[in-house]
Design a protein around this ligand. Structure first.
Ligand SMILES: Nc1nc2c(c(=O)[nH]1)N[C@@H](CNc1ccc(C(=O)N[C@@H](CCC(=O)N[C@@H](CCC(=O)N[C@@H](CCC(=O)O)C(=O)O)C(=O)O)C(=O)O)cc1)CN2
Ligand SMILES: [Zn+2]
Length: 769
């Protein structure tokens, strides 16, 4: 019999229940017991969904209140001392690491949070010391949750992040120099202890995730697999058997590692991203090892193409036999929304094209039956084939006008009329900006009042006019506060936007959007990615009304604010029937029209944000990266190059280690870049001198993720440091990112200090000149 398996299920619940419970607990509105009870209810609900769907292998320990890597930091007692010494309850210590803790005389910042591979999910980075030790927490979470499921009559397969990935995804703490992977010998015995405890609790198999295997590995990381998995092999029957899981890429380039897993029961591979690795992987398996075939996409929302998946599964079965193949999701379903059943407003034809997590678990179970006994699931197979066919033939997907326009794109359209020097001379005259110009990145606080009004408007409780007037009042407020602060380039504050990508998706042809399809981004924060279903075009201007109004009441240049083509693509659910470069170019053309319209309406500074440009970079170095950068950079240029020399194009980057990425950012040819920088060493800016970067830059001068208001002196110090690496004429003064998650008093406080610091340097350098 072929078994079905799921690698992980989303945690939020059908109505973002976990978000609400966590946030209520943080606001002291519910007790710790109530929060933990809600976690338990969600776990049981999610196990039951999978059991009812007929899934054979159901995961546990995939749930986390904040982040699953953070769970491991805690149950391996790898919590930095600055948290343990506060003597908080385990739950509060956990949240303190995730989001900082400023309460009851305790003031600790959060651990660093970074992107999980190439997804829009963020994990908490293990932060390790030179004298790091590990031990197993009492009653560790994986055992607790295994027993919880068992009590409910469900035998689960616990999921752990493997020891090599856990360390390789970590870093040395500030003040330490340890290479995390060198801690392997200390960590492996603790894994063995945990695995023994799981076995004692009744776990037969454990899913051990080693997703780092899809990277190009440093030699010492590569070499770490063998000793770790030999130690597991040596534990023999005292521990559960292991299925080693990889996802988001292929492992063919790391085949020399696989012998390390010779005692493992099986290997899981992602056959959605890399179906071509199937045959080589089959050849690498040991004589009785199982292949867990990840054929149901954990990263996108399209209905599985059963015919295609069955082809892959049959190849596997032919080579290995029915008992050695498991049908699985490609990765955890964490990256997909909870259930399609909540979507009442999708067009009926399109509804049939999608599968969210609750539907995907059914797909896995159906495929496992279909591969040996198609007649048993004939109705499901027929319905699937009909849905796939309907989508392929739909007129929604094809727009000949968009194709015509793409075919007519010329190389010249990607370039500005003149080089930077000529452009800048005109911009300087046109915009009359001072030295060290100050600006912000776009959004101002998204107050609960804004969300309430938008919610009312969406529900039809207030009219479009009433909502527009409300937004105007918010823009009035933003402009008057910027007057008071005496900033140099204004923004309208983005009050009308629910999200920087969803907002554009809702205004473009070729997209559909959902009402409940939330996906966790970090902690309790979720996003609702719009879905690209067809060729993209812009039916009407998307941002001109708000920007034009804002400019009309502003005495300084008003910056128009757009999300770039690559970020719109990356933070949407993309189509899988055409290449991403094609979708990106369509977005670029739509945005190009918007940029030109903004200019025609008196907006002469336009910022096109691309925070997801770095995240889209293929995980492995080489030709795939070059190809990506070519189309990604070209899309940005196509979107922005339609303006006059006197119009200033800005772009913004956060979450980007720009070191390995400098050339791509430089190639965008934006007049001004703002980059997240306040938490990094100013020394990193040296790359701009080394590479003789000619254009203007605003490295963020303060961290917007924290409510803290830095003192004026801190701003001055930071700017002083930056001036060691950047020319004064080149430097802009701005925060790290948008201010939507902050409160107004924090924003006013911090920006007052920021502007004063900029003025100090303006005077200092004016005297020098
Ligand atoms: N797409 C995307 N990806 C991104 C980022 C980003 O900004 N956008 N930034 C980074 C991650 N950072 C993030 C930062 C903040 C939030 C965030 O604040 N999310 C909000 C939801 C934002 C949103 O879409 N809000 C909508 C809907 C708000 C809402 O919850 N409405 C209620 C009802 C209204 C109410 O009473 O509050 C409902 O629908 O139930 C709006 O403002 O209109 C949240 O989780 O709370 C998400 C990611 C990287 N990836
Ligand atoms: Zn940003």
């Amino acid at each position: 019999m072929v078994q079905s398996s799921v690698l992980g299920f989303p945690r939020m619940g059908v109505l973002r229940d976990l978000k609400k419970a966590n946030e209520a607990y943080w606001a002291d509105k519910i007790s710790q017991e109530a929060l933990l009870e809600e976690g338990k209810r969600l776990r049981l609900t999610h196990w039951k969904i999978q059991k009812d769907a007929g899934v054979d292998i159901i995961p546990s320990n995939d749930f986390a209140h904040y982040d699953h890597v953070l769970d491991h930091i805690q149950f391996f007692n790898a919590v930095p001392e600055r948290y343990t010494k506060q003597k908080l309850s385990p739950l509060d210590e956990y949240f303190a690491m995730g989001r900082g803790h400023q309460k009851g005389g305790v003031d600790v910042p959060a651990l660093e949070m970074v992107k999980w591979f190439d997804s829009n999910y963020h994990y908490v980075k293990p932060t390790l010391q030179d004298n790091q030790t590990f031990s197993l927490a009492e009653n560790p979470k994986p055992v607790r949750e295994f027993l919880e499921a068992k009590e409910a009559g469900i035998i689960t397969r616990p999921v752990l992040v493997g020891p090599v990935s856990f360390l390789a995804l970590g870093k040395a703490d500030r003040g330490s120099t340890v290479n995390p992977i060198s801690l392997l010998d200390k960590l492996v015995p603790v894994y063995v202890e945990l695995l023994k405890a799981l076995k004692a609790a009744g776990a037969e198999t454990v899913q051990i995730d080693e997703p780092t295997l899809v990277f190009d590995l440093a030699p010492e990381v590569k070499a770490a697999f063998k000793p770790a998995y030999e130690a597991f092999a040596a534990a023999g029957d005292a521990i559960p058997s292991l299925v080693v899981a990889t996802y988001f890429g292929d492992i063919v380039h790391n085949f020399d590692v696989l012998s390390a897993f010779s005692a493992a029961k099986g290997i899981h591979v992602d056959l959605v991203r890399n179906p071509e690795q199937l045959e080589p992987v089959i050849k690498q398996l040991g004589p009785s090892q199982i292949l867990s075939a990840g054929v149901v996409d954990g990263r996108n929302i399209w209905k599985n193409d059963f015919a295609k998946s069955l082809g892959l599964l049959q190849t596997a079965i032919k080579a290995l036999g029915e008992d050695r193949v498991i049908v699985a999701t490609s990765s955890s379903l964490l990256h997909t929304p909870h259930t399609l059943a909540s979507e009442k407003k999708l067009p009926a034809d399109v509804y049939e094209w999608f599968s969210f997590a609750s539907e995907k678990v059914k797909e896995v179970a159906i495929l496992a039956k279909a591969v040996t006994n198609p007649e048993a699931v004939r109705a499901e197979l027929d319905a699937n084939a009909a849905a796939i066919k309907a989508r392929a033939e739909s007129t929604r997907t094809n727009d000949p006008k968009v194709k015509e326009r793409q075919a007519a794109v010329t190389p010249e359209q990607h370039n500005r009329k003149s080089g930077f020097d000529t452009r800048y001379a005109q911009q300087k005259k046109h915009l009359s900006l001072p030295l060290f110009p100050t600006t912000t990145i776009g959004s101002f606080p998204q107050t609960s009042e804004i969300r309430v009004q938008r919610n009312k408007f969406t529900k039809g409780e207030i009219s479009a006019d009433e909502y527009d007037n409300f937004i105007k009042k918010e823009i009035d407020l933003a402009v008057s506060i910027q007057d008071e602060l005496d900033l140099d380039v204004y923004v309208h504050g983005e009050p009308e936007r629910n999200d920087m990508v969803q907002y554009f998706g809702e205004r473009l042809n070729g997209y559909v959007f959902t009402t409940h399809a939330w996906v966790q981004s970090y902690g309790s924060r979720c996003v609702r990615p719009p879905i690209i279903v067809g060729d993209i075009s812009r039916p009407a201007p998307m941002t001109v009304k708000e920007s034009k109004y804002a400019a009309s009441i502003s005495k300084k240049p008003m910056k128009g604010m757009l999300t770039g083509p690559v970020t719109c693509l990356r933070w949407s659910f993309p189509r899988v029937d055409v290449h991403q470069s094609v979708q990106c170019q369509q977005l670029a053309l739509a945005l190009r029209d918007e940029v030109v319209d903004l200019e025609a309406n008196g907006i002469y500074v336009i910022q096109v944000d691309e925070p997801a440009l770095r995240e889209g970079l293929p995980l492995r170095k080489g030709s795939e990266r070059d190809a990506y950068l070519e189309w990604a950079v070209n899309s940005f240029k196509l979107a922005t190059a339609g303006v006059e020399d006197s119009t200033q194009i800005h772009s913004h980057f956060c979450y980007s280690e720009f070191q390995d990425f400098f050339h791509a950012i430089a190639a965008l040819d934006a007049d001004v870049l703002s980059i997240e920088n306040s938490k990094s060493d100013a020394k990193l800016l040296k790359v701009f001198i080394d590479e003789a970067y000619p254009r203007h830059i605003g490295p963020g001068v303060y961290d917007i993720h924290s409510p803290r208001v830095p003192a004026e002196e801190e701003f001055k110090q930071r700017i002083e440091e930056m001036l060691e690496f950047l020319r004064p004429e080149q430097l802009w003064i701005n925060p790290d990112c948008g201010l939507k998650t902050r409160k107004w008093d924090e924003v006013k406080g911090a920006l007052t200090h920021m502007v004063n610091a900029a003025k100090y340097f303006r005077e200092k350098y004016a005297n020098k000149a």
